[in-house]
Each structure stands twice: as structure tokens, then as C-alpha cells.
Design a protein around this ligand. Structure first.
Ligand code: F0G
Length: 458
């Protein structure tokens, strides 16, 4: 018996037409954009895989929930509904709304991190790292070594190595470590999940030393899907049961609701400790807004609550992650190197292995991103030397271990026919891969250069 194919547990009620330029037109557009994909007008992109953040399609239930939005400044029904959903689903009694994920980081870290502190974690996301370093504190990457090898096909490459974590605590001392941040799934490491066993082990280490454990939870539901499908003992548990157990080991969480709450803007902090909540409250009022909206409108909070319920349904997650796997498998069939296995939200093409003739300081992943736009109108994002930026002290380039082009798939937006176009585009480039040359930076900003740099071809 063959396995029944998967299909999306939704049908399409509204569509958004997209423009398809010719190859020549795209060539002109990317030259005008000086080879930076961020400089393109979105309407000149056919299939936009720049990010899965805020780009998902809301459901009819979410849109109708928006009509119930209560825009009261204080104590709105929308906030209370959102808070109730978060408490019931994730188990945290205290909720601080923010306008997106990095805002949650800003508020929580303002209340808890000081200069000289150390924040261990699993390959912190850029904004997380940025908010730690901005406070003259140091993020320490304790991810398992296996994560650095794109060819190793392991189920939980986002795990924290607890020996590295113990060594970090022994080296710097508990007083310097305000929290450990576990990112579920780990975006920087290739959208790789964290196992429940690892969550338990990390939680045990943290709590032995009385260090709070915080989850960076942007893609927590996708992580739960991997636990259900890859970890023994969880096959028969529902996603909601798994999610509840995951968060039971944490003391708090930051959330970019633009991912697994499937809304276009929003975020929050959720906490067990009333004391930490009170500390965050002051900063939230200063930076984000009053404690019952924090930069979101009432209707956003209602859509957020509905989105959290939908993203933690198995059928939704199965279709979503199967689509990412579909793209990963098709690319792999052509012999094109990717980070294995495919992540929860994205496929990461290994540009170093794709273009061995291009040195890392000539930005092979940027070259691949530009080429994919020209060939197929697809926009990915460089996660390599451009993004890694210069060392803040020496100003030298600091090429990372992996040089990747991330193809992040928005939730409920594209069909597998779109994925086939992406694969076709990569195939065109692969066939003439030896003919590509590197790029040189023309202009770069002193920090976060990847957004605004301009390039010229070598
Ligand atoms: N944490 C993780 C793991 C993220 O991936 C992101 C955003 C954030 C925090 C910050 O959240 O954007 O709402 O402020 N990631 C996006 C991306 C931008 O494309 O991967 P935000």
C-alpha cells in the first residue's frame, strides 16, 4: 500500500496576484538594486522567500476575530482573550504584549541583563545577540558540535550541549548569568529543532544553579511537530500536549508572533515570575505601550490568539513542514548541497559547496541569492559572511562556519508548484555553476550592513 499523500487542511478563498518579470527585466532590477535583494521592490519578486516572518496568510477565523477587536487603552477584551489563550496553551500566568519579537527581547533584557553578563544559548538569533551585545553582555553559543556540519542528518541539531553549558557556568559563575536562552526551533542553525530530552536536561542544569531558562519561541509549534514525529514517546501525544510540556520546563519566553502565531505583526513575553513581570512592566510602558496592548492593536491581539490555536494543530503543521521537506528533497535530488535535514520553516542551501571557486569574502551565498532572483524571480536571504559582518574591534571580516542561502517559506501562502519553480531556478544555476564569480562590497554601514550594503560584480 502506498502512503496517502498529504495536502493542506485548508482551501483558498482569496488570492493576491503577483507579477512575473522576464529574465532581462529582473537583471535590470537587480543591477539597479546594486545586488542587494533587500533593495528590490517586493512587487518585482515572483516568489518571495526572504522570510517567514509576518508574511503568512491569516485564516478566515483570524480575520473575523479581528472584527471583535476591542481598542480600549487599558484592560481590553482582546488582551484578556489573548492572555487567556497564552496561559491555557503555554502555561504562563504573566503576559507582556510587545509589537514584535525583538521588542520582547528589548524589554526582558532591559529588566534582567547588565554589562559584563554572559548569556548562554543555542546560536542566538541576530536581534537577540544584538540586544545582548548592546548591553555590553556576551552571548555564548553552546549548540551541539554536530550543528556545524551541514551533511550530518540528525533529528535535533538545535540542541544545547549541556557539557558546554556546565563549562560556561563554571567559567563565569552563576552571578554573571541572568538567563539561558533556548531557541526553539534554532533559526541560525538551519531551522533545526530541540528535543524534549534536551529541554529537560537544559532545564535541570539551569535550575540546579537557579538560573532562569527562557525560550526564544518564534517557531515553538514547528519544534513540537518535530518532537512528535522524531522523538520516542511522543508519537501519540497531541501538539498542544507537547507544547504544554515543553514550556513547563521554562521560566519564561519571548515570542515573535509573526511566525508561529501566523500574524503580520505582534509579539509578547510570558513569565512564571511575578517579580520579573513587574520589572518588565516598567520598561514595557516606556518602550512599547501600556501593559494591555504593548504596541499591538486590539484586533492584532485577537488574531494572535486565534493564530496560536491554529498553529498548534497537527494537520496544519504536517502540511507546512511537509512543504519545506518537499522543497528540500527536490533540491537534494539534483545533487545540490543543503543543510540536512531541511528545517521547520526553511531550506538552507550550502553556498560554499555550491560555488567552491568563490572565496567566502567574495560572498558566495549573496552571489547565489542574486542568481536565483535573476533566473526564477525567487528572493532568498544570505546567511553568511555579509550577515556575519565585521569584528566590532578589529573591523576584519569574520566569515562564519557555514555560508548559506536561506529559502524561508511563508505560512499558507505558496503551493508546491511555486516550490517547483524554485527548484527549477536552482537547477539552471547548478548547470552553469562554474561560470559564477564573486561580489565586492561598494558601500557598507558600520553595523547590520546586510540590509543596506551595495555590491559590484568581480
Ligand atoms: N527570534 C528568532 C528565532 C527569530 O527568527 C526572529 C526573527 C526574532 C527572534 C525576532 O523577531 O522579527 O518579530 O522582531 N526572525 C525573522 C527571520 C526576522 O527572518 O528569521 P521579530
Amino acid at each position: 500500500m502506498t502512503k496517502q499523500p498529504y495536502a493542506e487542511p485548508w482551501r483558498i478563498k482569496m488570492v493576491e496576484p503577483v507579477k512575473i518579470l522576464t529574465r532581462e527585466e529582473r537583471l535590470a532590477k537587480i543591477q539597479e538594486a546594486e545586488y542587494n535583494l533587500f533593495n528590490l521592490a517586493a512587487e518585482d519578486v515572483y516568489i518571495d522567500l526572504l522570510t517567514d516572518s509576518g508574511t503568512g496568510a491569516m485564516s478566515d477565523r483570524q480575520w473575523s476575530a479581528m472584527m471583535l477587536g476591542d481598542e480600549s487603552y487599558a484592560g481590553s477584551r482582546s488582551f484578556l482573550r489573548m492572555k487567556k489563550t497564552i496561559t491555557e496553551l503555554l502555561g504562563f500566568p504573566h503576559v507582556v504584549p510587545t509589537h514584535q519579537g525583538r521588542a520582547a527581547e528589548n524589554v526582558l533584557f532591559s529588566a534582567t541583563i547588565k554589562a559584563g553578563d554572559i548569556v548562554p544559548g543555542n546560536a542566538h538569533f541576530d536581534t537577540t545577540k544584538g540586544h545582548i551585545e548592546f548591553r555590553q553582555a556576551i552571548p555564548v553559543d553552546c549548540t551541539v558540535d554536530e550543528a556545524a556540519d551541514p551533511n550530518l542528518e540528525l533529528p535535533f541539531k538545535g540542541n544545547i550541549d549541556t557539557r558546554k553549558l556546565e563549562a560556561c557556568i563554571a567559567k563565569y559563575g552563576v552571578d554573571k548569568i541572568p538567563m539561558v536562552i533556548h531557541t526553539v526551533t534554532c533559526n541560525t542553525g538551519g531551522g533545526q529543532p530541540v528535543s524534549m530530552e534536551n529541554i529537560k536536561a537544559v532545564s535541570a542544569v539551569c535550575h540546579k544553579h537557579s538560573i532562569p531558562l527562557i525560550f526564544d519561541s518564534a517557531r515553538f509549534a514547528e519544534n513540537a511537530y518535530f518532537i512528535k514525529t522524531r522523538e520516542a514517546g511522543y508519537e501519540d501525544k497531541s501538539i498542544k500536549e507537547i507544547v504544554k510540556e515543553m514550556f513547563s520546563y521554562a521560566d519564561g519566553m519571548t515570542m515573535s508572533a509573526k511566525k508561529d502565531a501566523i500574524i503580520n505583526i505582534g509579539g509578547f513575553i510570558a513569565l512564571k515570575s511575578l517579580e520579573t513581570y513587574r520589572k518588565c512592566a516598567t520598561f514595557n510602558i516606556m518602550f512599547e505601550g501600556y501593559l494591555t496592548y504593548g504596541g499591538m492593536s486590539g484586533r492584532d491581539m485577537d488574531a494572535l490568539a486565534a493564530g496560536l490555536m491554529e498553529s498548534t494543530e497537527y494537520d496544519y503543521l504536517h502540511a507546512r513542514i511537509s512543504q519545506v521537506k518537499y522543497l528540500g528533497d527536490k533540491i537534494t535530488e539534483l545533487g545540490i548541497p543543503i543543510v540536512k535535514p531541511a528545517g521547520g520553516h526553511a531550506v538552507y542551501v550550502d553556498a560554499k559547496a555550491f560555488f567552491p571557486q568563490i572565496p567566502q569574502i567574495q560572498y558566495p551565498a549573496q552571489v547565489l541569492g542574486v542568481a536565483l532572483y535573476v533566473e526564477a524571480g525567487v528572493r532568498g536571504v544570505e546567511i553568511g559572511t555579509v550577515l556575519a559582518d565585521r569584528d566590532p574591534v578589529t573591523r576584519e571580516e569574520r566569515p562564519p562556519k557555514m555560508e548559506l542561502l536561506r529559502l524561508a517559506i511563508p505560512r499558507r501562502v505558496y503551493t508546491n508548484n511555486h516550490m517547483d519553480v524554485v527548484v527549477w531556478g536552482l537547477q539552471q544555476i547548478w548547470a552553469k555553476r562554474e561560470s559564477y564569480k564573486g561580489l565586492k562590497i561598494k558601500y557598507e554601514a558600520p553595523i547590520m550592513r546586510h540590509f543596506t550594503s551595495t555590491f559590484e560584480q568581480l
